[in-house]
Design a binder for this molecule. Structure first.
Ligand code: ADE
Ligand code: ZN
Length: 340
């Protein structure tokens, strides 16, 4: 794909990522390396066996394996290596800005200190900025299969590191865990000055997207695919120009869609929704940003102009300040002027 005209265009265009779980960028090679130095046993014999296990029928099957993988992360250096490996990879893909989720409870529930997690990630982000010129924001995500009390405790643990965190989010098992369960902790987070986002409408119903808008006061919806089942909701999202952070390869691998050409991206664009392309958990779903763009461009026969618009949307929907947004969008415009 990257040798075709549209593939080359995708590979080179400056882009931002707005939906990436850092634990989901944990490549098996690094997982084995870190497991070895931490003396932790992995239940797979080798990398081929791990990759064979990455076949999922739904979100929960994936989450079970994703949390098991994260178990080998213990030391600050592990979180550093994980994050730096992601930045090294996406730097080759002309990513110039990224907004990264981390799931503190996945680690604090195993006895790893909150400070260990965030210090490792933060140091890698700062080094990555120096080394690659990639800017970043951090989003602390609450696990929705746990109770609100645990989320409140996590918010308290985050307080000493408040200036490093831009927003709070909501992820993990969606069905049966509606946004309303976390209304209070989101309210508390907003009072501390955090922006809010939430996964909604990936597997859960359109009603959960309404709740994310009305009860959690989100600035973006992560996924949001199932908004299309409710026309009034679509109109509301369009009216608010509420960004959806779509993840095509994730949708395919978790059977939200059966084939990539069934992806509703074009319908969403036609309805005037503000959509962006993201990788979600690239180590598990077969690709980083460019592979997501390649896949969806091929499946839906997207034009250079549409790719250009998607890349612009990624900056427009970001949490960058207006000045930085303008500068980065100018780079996208210039790229389109030369290569479009
Ligand atoms: N955590 C990591 N990836 C996720 C996804 N796609 N949905 C919900 N929680 C997640
Ligand atoms: Zn996600």
């Amino acid at each position: 794909m990257h040798t075709t005209p549209i593939g080359k265009f995708i590979a080179g265009i400056p882009k931002a990522e707005l939906h990436l779980h850092i634990e989901g960028s944990f490549e098996p090679e690094l997982m084995f390396e870190i497991a070895k130095r931490n003396n932790i046993k992995i239940k797979y014999k080798n990398i081929e066996e791990v990759k064979k296990a990455y076949r999922f029928n739904n979100l929960q099957e994936f989450l079970d394996i994703y949390y098991a993988g994260a178990n080998v992360l213990i030391e600050e250096q592990d979180f550093y290596d994980l994050t730096y490996a992601y930045l090294t990879k996406v730097n080759e893909q002309n990513l110039i800005h990224t907004e990264i989720f981390f799931d503190p409870q996945t680690h604090t529930d195993r006895g790893v200190e909150f400070s260990t997690v965030i210090k490792g990630i933060r140091r890698a982000l700062k080094d990555g900025e120096k080394q690659f010129g990639i800017s970043s924001k951090l989003i602390m995500s609450f696990l929705r299969h746990l109770d609100e009390e645990s989320a409140i405790k996590t918010l308290e643990q985050a307080m000493p590191f408040k200036k490093w965190i831009t927003a709070v989010g909501l992820d993990s098992s969606e069905k049966g865990n509606p946004p309303s369960k976390f209304q209070r902790v989101f309210e508390m987070s907003k009072q501390e000055g955090f922006l809010t986002v939430a996964h909604a409408g990936e597997e859960g119903p359109a009603e959960y997207i309404w709740e994310a808008l009305n009860l959690l006061d989100v600035s973006r919806i992560d996924h949001g695919n199932r908004c299309l089942e409710d026309e009034a909701l679509v109109q509301e999202l369009v009216k608010r120009q509420m960004a959806l952070t779509l993840c095509p390869l994730s949708n395919l691998e978790l059977k939200v869609i059966q084939e990539l050409h069934h992806h509703p991206l074009n319908t969403m664009i036609d309805k005037g929704l503000l959509v962006t392309i993201n990788s979600d958990d690239p180590a598990y779903f077969g690709g980083y940003m460019n592979e997501n763009y390649f896949g969806i461009a091929k499946a839906l026969d997207l034009s250079k102009k549409q790719i250009y618009q998607l890349a612009k949307n990624s900056f427009h929907a970001s949490f960058l300040d207006e000045e930085s947004k303008k500068e980065m969008i100018a780079k996208v415009d210039e790229y389109y002027r030369v290569h479009g």
